[in-house]
Design a protein around this ligand. Structure first.
Ligand code: S3P
Length: 749
């Protein structure tokens, strides 16, 4: 930025924060003149030598004359005195701001000087950045980069002043947030002041013990991590604790209450409740990490996301593998377990981020859930009327299944709720579920730009059963409606244009809830109850699909995928690969936990051939097409897909994104409205490279990333796939298993 924003900027105080901001102003030429006033002559001299100011004054009156921006960068307790001193000399349109960590008392100080008629240029602020170093030399030009700055404009503050300050902080690469003064002090009391108070207090408690030397000597990482912030400046924290007294005392009261709760649970040896509390807190902490990682700030920053690199060269692809649990079944095991009566034990649970988002949502609604640990989860059901209002928005991450199924459930609760998701989920259509739910009497709004999330729901216990003809083959929409139907009056029925995955129907029956399936019509009566049961989650055929395709396109491969779910509503991939001529056998078929499973063996013994993919298999292979497109590129002849427009509204537009990637790797293909035409480059009996190397943008779609990884088995150049971190949503062990099979993927951040 080179535009001159200010004529003269006056800093009152030039420590770490002030001098860092001065560095930003000077480096970006934001002011014609920068001056400062501090009590230390040495600081002023040093600041001049550092090129931060043109003039330094001991008296603030000299500094502020003619300044159009005055920045109070001194201890908060000095605010009133300084304002009193400089008030008569301030330019009438000057912007006056500060950088203190409490805001209510800064406003009080200003009111003591000006009365209620505060200057319109007065806008308090708080950059949330710091360091253990202090003084003018400690300042850094990047101190605020990617940190938050909170401005607390007052009713008297003019918009032009707020806007100019926002531009100033943005020049420092900070993310600016505007907040009400009380809210600021309350938030900071909980997230910063209380943790500091607790750290000081715990260290004090231990330091007062007679055996304190031993205790500190043997203190492990936990103590070190927890007490790190107790090494901060005592004077500063002394001032903050008094300055934000009211909000801090509230936070301390809340802490004492919560401490009493956990104390009681330990005294009573209430294992179930203690596990619930600890599990909820642990998940909230992990969730919080996740939120930080996906904050808009990070997105703006275009942080390098994860990427996969696969080098060229002939590879083998062999072995017996156990693929992680089915995502659809994992979600549903938590959802039904939560509203059942009794305790549900789940094994084989997919510990991927999507299913974890579902667990978190139910924990937020008061359900005690233990695990997941080694795929085991215990859900202590609360019954049909037992869910509690979540304290804040429910964050669904990348998971469309969570959001659409929960829409039906939440529409029928006695409380209101809001669901949000990550950047990909925030673009996905939610009206498809909102519309039928409204017909049932639900009050539900898709508050995004085009019928997209956030989804905002006003709970209602008066839903009515409907009959709904699904306009698209979607198991998520079907399931969302059936969910609402559990609480609705009378019968709820849906007719699907084509059969889609029926895990909801199967699992409802497993939980003792009658569901009728007559052809494509599924119906149930509202008002029943679910009885807890044990759920064994089969391996996910959608994840196994990548290994099936990998084996089908690699010479002499031999891969067996054990105990994979082969529910007939999911086996389109097997049928299509067989029609393409793959050497694939389904062995050892059996039933586990109400779902059919089998071992699937695929060998790379013959070249695949291009086909017109059967439209009736589309809903049964809906998630597997990105992988099948890789198979089609290696096949001999043309492959045509039609009737698959739904692929355009998955985690990405899978037709376009795959077409772009394939073309960049030398494959001739044409995307169409509802499918794609791929000119296969395979030749019967030949196993040479098919793909040229390329850099692929996965659009943060897990299945796109994993599909292009398989192209690495037949590539003549390096393949780099960008945005692969979402692989963890459905297949956290993907790269470990490909490595075992013979396909090495370098993962870098
Ligand atoms: C799912 C249904 C499908 C599928 C998704 C999981 C489910 O979505 O693509 O990965 O668990 O019900 P649609 O209902 O949008 O087809």
């Amino acid at each position: 930025m080179s535009q001159m924003m200010f004529e003269k900027v006056a800093f009152i105080g030039l420590g770490l924060i002030g001098s860092s901001l001065a560095r930003v102003i000077v480096a970006n030429h934001l002011a014609k003149q920068v001056v400062a006033s501090t009590r230390s002559q040495k600081t002023l001299e040093d600041a001049k030598v550092l090129g931060l100011i043109q003039q330094g004054y001991e008296n603030p009156i000299d500094a502020v004359q003619g300044a159009d921006l005055v920045i109070l960068a001194l201890p908060v307790r000095a605010t009133q005195k300084v304002l009193e001193t400089i008030k008569p000399y301030l330019f009438s349109h000057a912007i006056i701001t500060d950088v203190g960590s409490t805001k209510g008392n800064v406003v009080e100080a200003a009111k003591a000087v000006y009365g209620d008629d505060l200057p319109e240029g007065f806008v308090p602020g708080h950059p949330i950045a710091g360091s253990e170093h202090t003084g003018v030399h400690a300042g850094r030009i990047d101190l605020f980069a990617n940190h938050k700055v909170i401005l607390t404009p007052l009713p008297t503050s003019a918009n032009w002043a707020v806007d100019k300050l926002i531009c100033l902080w943005q020049a420092a690469q900070a993310e600016v947030i505007c907040m009400d003064v009380d809210k600021h002090d309350e938030v900071l009391a909980h997230t910063s002041h209380l943790p500091h108070l607790m750290a000081f207090n715990l260290v004090e408690q231990l330091a007062n013990r007679e055996d304190n030397l031993d205790i500190f000597r043997y203190a492990a990482g936990g103590f070190r991590d927890f007490s790190r912030i107790a090494a901060s400046d005592p004077q500063m924290w002394h001032d903050i604790f008094f300055a934000n007294k009211k909000a801090i005392l509230n936070a301390v009261d809340g802490f004492e209450k919560q401490l009493a709760v956990i104390r009681q649970l330990i005294e009573d040896e209430d294992s179930h409740a203690l596990m619930g509390l600890l599990g909820h807190a642990q998940a909230a902490r992990q969730h919080f990490n996740h939120m930080l990682a996906k904050s808009p700030l990070m997105e703006n920053k275009k942080v390098t996301t994860q990427q996969f690199t696969i080098l060229p060269g002939k590879k083998s692809f062999k072995g017996k593998f156990s693929i992680p649990g089915d995502k659809s079944v994992s979600h549903r095991s938590i959802m039904f377990g939560a509203i059942a009566e009794g305790t549900t034990h789940v094994t084989g649970f997919l510990e991927g981020e999507d299913a974890l988002a579902t667990i978190q949502a139910f924990r937020d609604m008061g359900v005690s859930i233990e695990g997941p640990k080694n795929g085991e989860v215990t859900v202590h059901g609360v019954g049909m009327q037992g869910l509690k209002a979540p304290k804040s928005e429910l964050y669904m991450g990348n998971s469309g299944t969570s959001m659409r199924l929960l829409s039906g459930m939440l529409a029928a609760q006695k409380f209101d709720s809001v669901m949000t998701g990550d950047a990909s989920l925030s673009k996905r259509p939610m009206e498809r579920i909102a519309k039928p739910l409204r017909e049932m009497g639900a009050q539900i709004q898709t508050t995004g730009e085009r019928g997209t999330p956030p989804v905002s729901i006003t709970g209602s216990q008066m839903l009515k059963g409907i009959h709904y003809d699904l306009p698209m083959a979607s198991a998520q929409v079907k399931s969302g409606i059936l969910f609402a139907g559990l609480w609705a009056e009378g019968e709820t029925s849906v007719v699907e244009p084509e059969p889609t995955r029926d895990h909801t129907e199967r699992m409802l029956r497993a939980f003792g809830y009658p569901v009728k399936t007559e052809g494509n019509r599924i119906s149930l009566q509202g008002g029943g109850k679910l009885i807890a049961t044990n759920i064994q989650v089969p391996s996910d055929i959608s994840s196994a699909a990548f290994f099936m395709v990998g084996a089908a396109i690699t010479e002499n491969s031999d891969v067996t995928l054990e105990a994979v779910g082969i529910n007939p509503t999911r086996t389109g991939i097997i049928e299509i690969l067989k029609q393409m001529g793959a050497d694939l056998t389904v062995e050892n078929e059996r039933i586990a936990g109400g779902e059919p499973i089998a071992d699937i063996r695929i060998r790379g013994s013959r070249t695949l051939k291009g086909i017109h993919m059967p439209e009736d298999q589309v809903p049964l292979a809906i998630d597997e097409f990105p992988a099948l497109f890789i198979a089609a590129a290696c096949a001999e002849g043309q492959t045509i897909l039609t009737g698959a427009a739904e692929l355009r509204v998955k985690e990405s537009d899978r037709i376009q994104v795959m077409a772009d990637g394939l073309k960049s790797m030398g494959i001739d293909c044409t995307p169409t409205e509802d499918g794609i035409i791929i000119e296969g480059k395979g030749k019967s009996g030949e196993w040479d490279a098919i793909f040229t190397g390329s850099e692929i943008e996965s659009h943060h779609d897990h299945r796109i990333a994993m599909s292009f990884s398989m192209a690495g088995l037949r590539t003549s150049g390096a393949i780099k796939i960008v945005g692969t971190e979402t692989v963890a949503t459905s297949f956290p062990t993907f790269t470990a298993l490909t490595e075992l099979a013979g396909l090495s993927i370098q993962v870098s951040e």
